[in-house]
Ligand binder design. Structure first.
Ligand code: TAP
Length: 489
């Protein structure tokens, strides 16, 4: 199905000829995009192309923000913040509900755009990413209303600088923007360079929803723009999601500046299967854990640990299941895996796997398209626990596997990493599950399930997976501080 045909089936008036036109139509800009500052799009400046990773097609040309752009965005957010905070929780909730409703109304467009820009299967953007985005805004609209009763004695931090990655472009935006706005903050957000399109459409949607000028500002560009935001002297809080390397850099660069900081970073999460597990369910869970979003998931269950008694049977079944995974055009609703997000990521994954020494590599034999950023579902066994592939985040559709004998041994193996984002375990023995779960060093532990998210539940890591939580009460706490006393004691 061509892009034109896809848009023809949508309820947005005449069908645009290309994805770029669809965007232009939405934000009324042409096929070049400026930044969204103080409630309006700026004139597009020098920039870069945003491409469809499945085809190489250029979707739009975006602007690289300058220091002046970032200063203007921060100034607009600063100017808007007192009035936005003064609006109160109920007043802000009205805006968040309006945004949530518009996201629902335009969900097909956002899903298509996300898939074109990022390469993820349309089934996932349509059924997972965009519904979770809407849920996040609805949830935080409700929390804004509750704030006046439940969070008395707390107040907004001020202006928040937010930098997000490319794996869940609009969802990561929602995780950042919704709680910040609910609590009375204003934001300057930078999406990842090559997946900025849904963020720009979101900006346009804020305009359509009547959000006051300056409450949400979006600037596009590379890591240098992220650095301008995170180190800006008039930013009160930095919220970053991305790699551990950049997170570490940001922590150093902002040290001593008195800013709030939350870091949501990488992971190498264990996926533990005990002898008594329901094997078929555990295999389906594993497909979700490591091949959802092509494995480009911070909490991906990327390290399989199988108990020896079932290891042979489990691996045989797993390989058979891998062979059935369909890799191809992400716009095809029957596809299980789409394209990696960009050629740089494809090169990184390829290089890491090609450097494998001593392991046995199994690649699913279902085939992949000849062109585009595609990589097959891959399983690597026979590596030592210290091997770089067992320790480093690959951030692609590559699973490493090893076996264990006893529960005590698996706890040691699972925790043998510098990360601590998530863990999954499968067993029919609830006592075993409840004994092991608290021993796993991870922000979240899933039992007989995986990748379960909800706006009402805090999510985040420990160790080199970062600190702070997004979602739930904890996530709100990260966007408030104790209120200053206004009356004499
Ligand atoms: P990064 O390379 O770290 O990039 C993340 C964002 O930071 C991008 O917008 C990037 O800009 C920007 N950036 C780069 N250098 C910067 C600097 N010096 N100062 C400020 N910002 C800078 O990560 P990625 O490759 O996009 O994303 C993958 C990583 O994100 C993985 O490690 C994954 O585990 C992690 N992740 C974690 C979570 C949670 S909740 N823990 C969720 C999703 C992803 P450009 O890319 O545009 O240059």
């Amino acid at each position: 199905m061509t892009v034109k045909e896809i848009f023809e089936t949508m309820d947005y008036g005449p069908a645009p000829e290309s994805a770029a036109e669809a965007l232009a139509w939405l934000v009324d800009q042409g096929d070049r995009f400026g930044h969204f500052i103080d409630g309006a799009f700026t004139t597009p400046g020098d920039g870069f192309d945003s491409k469809n990773p499945a085809t190489g097609e250029t979707l739009a040309t975006l602007s690289q923000a300058t220091q002046d752009d970032v200063d203007a965005a921060v100034a607009a957010a600063r100017k808007a913040q007192p009035k936005w905070a003064k609006l109160g929780g109920h007043g802000r909730a009205k805006h968040l509900y309006a945004i949530a409703r518009l996201l629902q109304k335009h969900s097909r467009l956002f899903a298509v755009l996300e898939t074109l820009d990022n390469g993820k299967p349309i089934r996932e953007s349509r059924d997972i990413d965009i519904p979770l985005v809407q849920r996040h805004f609805y949830h935080h609209a409700g929390m804004a209303q509750l704030m006046e009763e439940e969070l008395q004695g707390r107040e907004a931090l001020g202006v928040c600088g937010q930098v997000i990655p490319w794996n869940f472009p609009l969802l990561m935006l929602a995780w950042k923007v919704a709680p910040a706005l609910a609590m009375g903050n204003t934001v300057v957000l930078k999406p990842a360079e090559y997946t900025s399109l849904t963020a720009l459409c979101f900006a346009d949607l804020c305009r359509k929803a009547g959000l006051p000028k300056g409450v949400v500002n979006i600037v596009t560009g590379d890591g240098a723009v992220g650095e301008m935001i995170t180190t800006h002297e008039d930013i009160d809080k930095v919220a970053f999601t991305g790699s551990t390397a950049v997170g570490r850099h940001i922590r150093r660069a902002t040290a001593g500046q008195g800013k709030g900081l939350t870091l949501e970073l990488g992971g190498k999460s264990p996926y533990i299967v005990f002898d008594d597990a329901d094997i078929d369910s555990a295999i389906e869970g594993l497909v979700d854990a490591i091949w959802f979003n092509q494995g480009q998931v911070c909490c991906a269950g990327s390290r399989l640990l199988v108990q020896e008694g079932i290891a042979e049977q489990f691996h045989a079944k797993l390989k058979a299941r891998m062979d059935k995974l369909r890799v191809g055009n992400p716009m095809d609703k029957c596809i299980d895996m789409g394209a990696l997000a960009d050629p740089v990521q494809l090169a990184t994954v390829t290089k890491m796997v090609d450097a494998c020494e001593g392991g046995e590599i199994y690649r699913a034999d279902g085939g992949i398209p000849a062109n585009g950023c595609f990589y097959p579902p891959t399983l690597i066994s026979g590596l030592s626990p210290a091997d770089p592939l067992m320790q480093e985040e690959i951030f692609g559709p590559v699973l490493v596997t090893s076996t264990f004998r006893t529960p005590a041994e698996v706890v040691d193996l699972a925790n043998n990493t510098r990360y601590g984002l998530a863990a999954t375990l499968w067993t029919e023995n609830v006592n075993l599950a409840l004994d092991i779960a608290p021993k796993l060093v991870a922000g979240v532990v899933w039992i007989n399930g995986t990748n379960m998210f909800d706006a009402a539940a805090g999510f985040g890591g420990v160790r080199e997976s970062g600190f702070g939580r997004e979602g739930g009460w904890e996530g709100l706490g990260a966007y408030t501080k104790p209120a200053r006393k206004t009356k004499a004691l």
